[in-house]
Design a protein around this ligand. Structure first.
Ligand SMILES: *Cc1c(COP(=O)(O)O)cnc(C)c1O
Length: 366
């Protein structure tokens, strides 16, 4: 059985380093807001190239806190609109509605599954205050035109970088392309902790300060509260693990790139549409290798029977979820087609050559 993602194997690669460090943290008696967190924040900000990095409890909180920060700063107001792709993981959208902001869905580009930049301007109204782009599956979505558009309409450009840490476009890392970015270090992400963890990066001093307070009960100084904040912390154990794994992210992403390259070169089945391989390989870190076929459920069943575990990212589009029943009648045909047809093949930094070849052979036999 070829696992979709062998997390045990991924983390055991760093077993000695992680166990030694975890034992140090355990014995230190200091478990929150300590050296490991500040060191991770400094390493992450350096890696991304952004001035500030703030560790938080998870990726959803990272996005929630960015938007909440803009509300506290008076830049956004409840009832304002934020543009977001209709094809994304639900957390991108939850972060918006959780803040009393209105998510306005924009259809994706069928070739790369990311927000269709040419469809953004028509959705901008006097209420629009931001664009939340999502580098879905690890594929960057960014153009100078997008940046100009945000500037022209005075919109904050926010990145959901949960799936694309390490990707580079126009010489800049994702997480440093707009005004602020949210990261997730959920165990299955390219940089995964041993539990929940997340972070925010930004070059905006004021926003960073507000977010630090918001994530700490709304307080910059013990027992003095300026905002009605929350508790969203990245603990020392997770920060220690992330500090170790961050050193290997480029190496691990490049293994993913090589697997993707091989899949694209060698999977040839007329029933299957392969993901677009960007001309510049830095623009994709292959968090997921997503293929598309009209016979998706049949293909998944066939792969399972042949010992290959696959997943669907994602089976139900956000506008068809019960959680957003007010959107259930709306139509986003491209997004719907993607949700009906996509299937994610195994890809990870620990797949063996044999496993990769078996996936190719079986997929070609469908
Ligand atoms: C994983 C993910 C999130 C949420 O991160 P958590 O750490 O699970 O809260 C948000 N957006 C996208 C695109 C994700 O893939």
């Amino acid at each position: 059985m070829i696992k979709f993602l062998d997390l045990q194997k991924i983390n055991l690669k760093h077993q000695e380093e992680i166990e030694t460090k975890l034992s140090q943290v355990f014995r230190s008696g200091w478990y929150l807001m300590g050296q490991e967190l500040s060191s991770f924040e400094s390493n992450l900000s350096q890696y991304i190239g952004a001035k500030h990095a703030i560790g938080v409890a998870n990726g959803l909180d990272a996005l929630r806190l960015i938007l909440r920060g803009y509300i506290e700063m008076g830049i956004m107001d409840r009832g304002d609109e934020i543009l977001v792709p209709s094809n994304t993981y639900i957390a991108s959208i939850l972060a918006i509605s959780d803040n009393g902001l209105i998510p306005v869905l924009v259809e994706p580009d069928i070739n790369n599954y990311n927000i269709d930049i040419t469809k953004i301007e028509e959705k901008i109204t006097s209420k629009t205050k931001g664009i939340l782009i999502v580098h879905l599956y690890g594929r960057t979505v960014f153009t100078d035109h997008l940046k100009d558009l945000a500037e022209k309409h005075q919109l904050k450009l926010i990145e959901d970088n949960a799936q694309a840490i390490g990707a580079i476009i126009n010489g800049k890392k994702t997480g440093n392309l707009g005004d602020a970015a949210g990261f997730s270090f959920y165990p299955g992400k390219n940089l995964g902790a041993l539990g929940d963890a997340g972070a925010i990066t930004t070059n905006d001093d004021d926003l960073a300060k507000v977010i630090r307070a918001l994530a700490n009960y709304g307080s910059n100084q013990k027992y003095v509260n300026i905002y009605q904040g929350l508790n969203s912390r990245l603990d020392e154990i997770q920060a220690a693990v992330l500090n170790i794994k961050l050193k290997y992210i480029d190496e691990e992403n490049s293994v993913r790139k090589n697997i993707a390259k091989k899949y694209i070169a060698e999977i040839s089945n007329p029933k299957i549409i392969l993901p677009e391989n960007p001309a510049d390989e830095n623009e994709h870190v292959w968090h997921l290798f997503v293929i598309r076929t009209e016979n998706r459920d049949e293909l998944q069943k066939y792969l399972t029977e042949n010992g290959i575990q696959t997943l669907i990212h994602y089976p139900i589009p956000p506008h068809r979820q019960q959680a957003y029943k007010e959107w259930n009648d709306q139509s986003f045909p491209i997004s719907e087609k993607i949700h009906e047809e996509v299937l994610s093949l195994p890809i990870s930094p620990v797949m063996t050559e044999e496993e990769i070849e078996k996936v190719i052979e079986i997929v070609n036999g469908f």
